[in-house]
Design a protein around this ligand. Structure first.
Ligand code: 3HC
Ligand code: NAI
Length: 698
């Protein structure tokens, strides 16, 4: 008997319980355990029905993702589901928590399903580059038809048990003790002799032939736009289509082959990497050494773009927020920034008026610095200038209570220098949010030289409250994300000066999987930010390092991108995606000629080869210098803050898949053109020498 499954009898029912915390993932031992215990039940003449139930917090949340990519161990999940379905005894799945993926497929193999009203069910495999591979694509359409099935599987979004009941996946809902309710259901089945109906033999979902066909056509057309470049969503549609006209055995065979195809794609590898990388990033050394401080109220200094976004994120997470601005006009603007977003939420039906006023009741705008006195944490989001930040931190130090955590949202500046303006530098950290801060998931938590452990832990607690993905970053110019961005942004400007157009670079980067290219992004963020940063860094810049002046020339004309209607692109009438800026060609050509550059042609492949090499080389230094705790933290940063395509797993996962040896060869080739910019990272060199990957450091 294995210890991940337990067996007990209650009256005439055998109860088989999954005991594989934390989420009862269906690893090899669980799969064999379920089959062994079902056999025991089937051989006991006193047993008339079986309940399958999850121990701990949930019914199984899916296959064991750590097994993907390794050998397929028998019995596979499809065998287990078929074995359950073919039992002569009625099998009842009793669902709480999250029955996801293979967990829901197990439940669909059972003959009856009862669920707590609070439970969620779903088929999220698509988020891992997979499709439901244990009968889900065949059994769900037989019950619920093509439209609902496709929605469930291509969105990957779980639905409530109540919705599951509406589409006939769940037979019965309960709010009482789940095991009691399941035993009650079981007794009813036994006493009334309710016949077993296998899900695979149900047909109600197949009846609307025309509607099902339409749903398939509509879904394919929609995915061409929504899921461009992805593999699994399209294979899901193929499988659902197959379910409509095939026998169950043919359908299951078709599904199995499609599942294996997905399993073998680099997209699956990238997405599974992203899943674990995201969970790892919250694991930090400080957490083991200290508990977070109390955190229920926040003061935000500055009500501009970032200050208002941070305020909104905090208000929505249930905190009390004081927003401090420098004068009446600025605070009025801050208030309007916050209210505008809430009003839009109301008009879109995402928020009701009652919740809006509840939120606003916790919001206290002010121009009086003294009002920060009761806040547990103070986040500064004023202009990006060291002198201003230091003045503001002196004031914060004066009015903040002892024990408050003091934080700066600076994009690039030295947190130690900012902290030195206070009498309590160990209470200061960087909290680098991304714009818009109420939407973007990433939060870089920047650690200066010697912070208190509980201050760091409180930064991570804030991320948890706000449902952000935290990444621990060391203190250097630009931390993890902006430091790497400066390098590949610089490379992009080299490409343009050397012959590519901004549009060509953007298109290559989009075709790689980004939602937008670097020049579109610069236009969106505002070209003045980079310009100010370049001007500030002028005195320390290596005079021998190549410098491309195109962006400066654009800024000198007062073109700062989208907000001024002109930048690398033109934005007539405030359009969101720019069109060609006809005046740009002259600027670029004049810079080329000033620097005696004869323009070359770049293929899309060459653009990406250089772009990725620059990004990865800098990312390797970031890891080597300990700025990131592990390579996967760099991946998480670029995935959640910079639009790196998730199905490629992040730049360092991409590097492993591309091949580090090949990458080093590329960099050495580029180094011959420009040995100052292209300086091979010692970590890359070492990994190749030792025949290791970035993943080996995770
Ligand atoms: N396999 C292995 N480990 C898993 C897992 C899985 N399916 N699901 C979660 N875990 C691990 C996490 O890595 C984490 O480990 P850690 O504590 O060491 O970091 C731990 O369980 C807890 O997970 P979360 O931190 O995510 O806990 P939450 O409570 O926030 O969320 C959850 C729980 C909603 C179940 C979420 O973990 C989740 O979405 N899991 C993945 C579900 C999924 O994708 N299922 C489909 C798998 S593919 C499949 O079933 C194929 C089949 O069709 C053949
Ligand atoms: P912003 O210009 O929109 O807002 C700054 C606000 O600070 C202004 O409203 C100003 O009135 C206020 N302010 C200035 N001095 C003040 C003082 N002494 N007391 C109170 N309020 C004061 O700037 P933005 O974009 O919000 O940037 C703020 C900080 O966030 C900067 O450090 C920036 O580098 C950083 N950041 C910006 C991002 C962005 O995309 N805009 C992204 C991440 C970080």
């Amino acid at each position: 008997m294995n210890n991940v499954i337990s067996y007990q009898t209650i009256e005439q029912t055998a109860v088989i319980t999954f005991n594989n915390p934390p989420v009862n993932a269906l690893g090899h031992a669980v799969r064999s355990g379920v089959m062994e215990n079902l056999k025991i039940a089937s051989e006991d003449p006193k047993i008339k029905a079986v309940v399958l139930i999850g121990g701990g917090r949930t019914f199984p949340a899916g296959a064991d993702i750590t097994e993907f990519g390794g050998p397929l161990l028998e019995p596979g999940l499809p065998d287990v589901v078929n074995y359950i379905e073919n039992q002569k005894l009625p099998i009842i799945a009793a669902i709480h928590g999250t029955a996801l993926g293979g967990g829901l497929e197990i439940a669909l193999g059972a003959h009856f399903r009862i669920a707590l009203n609070s439970a969620k069910i779903g088929l999220p495999e698509v988020h891992l580059g997979l499709l439901p591979g244990a009968g889900g694509t065949q059994r769900v359409p037989r019950i619920a038809g093509a439209k609902a099935s496709i929605e469930l599987m291509t969105s990957g979004t779980p639905i409530s048990a109540g919705r599951g009941n509406k589409i006939d996946i769940i037979d019965r809902l309960t709010d009482s003790d789940l095991l009691d309710a399941a035993i009650h259901f079981s007794n009813e089945i036994i006493q009334k002799n309710i016949p077993i109906v296998k899900t695979s033999e149900r047909t109600e979902g197949l009846k609307d032939i025309k509607g099902n066909k339409q749903a398939i056509d509509d879904a394919r057309a929609a995915l061409e736009v929504k899921a461009k470049g992805l593999y699994a969503p399209f294979r899901i549609i193929d499988c659902v289509e197959a379910s409509l006209s095939s026998s169950i055995n043919e359908g299951l065979k078709y599904e199995r082959e499609a599942f294996i195809d997905c399993l073998n794609t680099p997209q699956r590898e990238g997405l599974v990497h992203a899943f674990f990388a995201e969970r790892k990033s919250a694991k930090i050394p400080e957490a083991g050494r200290a508990e977070p401080r109390q955190l229920s109220s926040l003061a935000v200094i500055g009500g501009g773009t970032m200050g208002s976004g941070i305020t909104l994120a905090a208000l929505k997470s249930g905190m009390h927020v004081v927003m401090v601005e420098q004068d009446d006009a600025s605070i009025a603007k801050g208030i309007s920034n916050v209210e505008k977003v809430l009003d839009r939420d109301v008009s879109k039906g995402r928020l009701d008026n009652e919740r809006k006023s509840e939120i606003l009741n916790r919001y206290r705008p002010t121009t009086n610095f003294k009002d920060i006195a009761s806040a547990d944490m103070i986040i500064e989001a004023v202009f990006e200038e060291m002198d201003i930040k230091k003045q503001v931190f002196q004031k914060i130090d004066k009015f903040a209570k002892q024990g408050a955590v003091l934080a700066s949202n600076t994009s690039y500046l030295d947190i130690d220098e900012i902290a030195s303006a206070t009498e309590r530098p160990q209470d200061v950290i960087g909290l680098h949010f991304f714009s818009p801060a109420n939407i973007m998931k990433l939060l870089e938590i920047v650690i200066p030289s010697n912070p208190n452990d509980d201050v760091v832990a409180t930064g991570f607690l804030l991320a948890k409250k706000m449902k952000k993905i935290p990444v621990r970053a060391g203190n250097c110019h630009g931390f993890i994300g902006n430091r790497i961005l400066s390098i590949y942004g610089e490379l992009a400007s080299y490409l343009v000066e050397d012959g590519a157009s901004p549009h060509q670079v953007d298109e290559a980067v989009r075709n790689f999987g980004y939602p937008m290219g670097p020049f579109q992004m610069f236009d969106m963020a505002g070209l003045d930010i980079g310009w100010a940063n370049r001007k500030a860094g002028k005195s320390t810049r290596d005079p021998n390092r190549r410098y491309v002046g195109i962006a400066d020339r654009i800024c000198e004309k007062g073109w700062f991108g989208q907000k001024t209607g002109k930048g690398f692109y033109d934005y007539p009438d405030g359009i969101r995606f720019g069109v060609e800026n006809p005046d740009l060609k002259e600027i670029i050509e004049s810079e080329r000629s000033n620097n005696n550059i004869t323009p070359k042609k770049f293929s899309e492949q060459e653009i990406i080869r250089r772009y990725m090499a620059a990004m990865i080389n800098e990312a390797a230094d970031v890891v080597d210098e300990g700025i990131a705790l592990r390579p996967s933290d760099v991946d998480v940063t670029l995935l959640y803050g910079y639009g790196f395509p998730r199905y490629r797993g992040g730049p360092l996962k991409y590097a492993d898949m591309y091949g580090l040896e090949k990458l080093v060869k590329d960099i050495k080739e580029f180094e011959k053109e420009d040995p100052i910019f292209w300086r091979l990272s010692p970590l890359l060199e070492r990994l190749v020498r030792e025949n290791k990957t970035f993943d080996s450091l995770n």
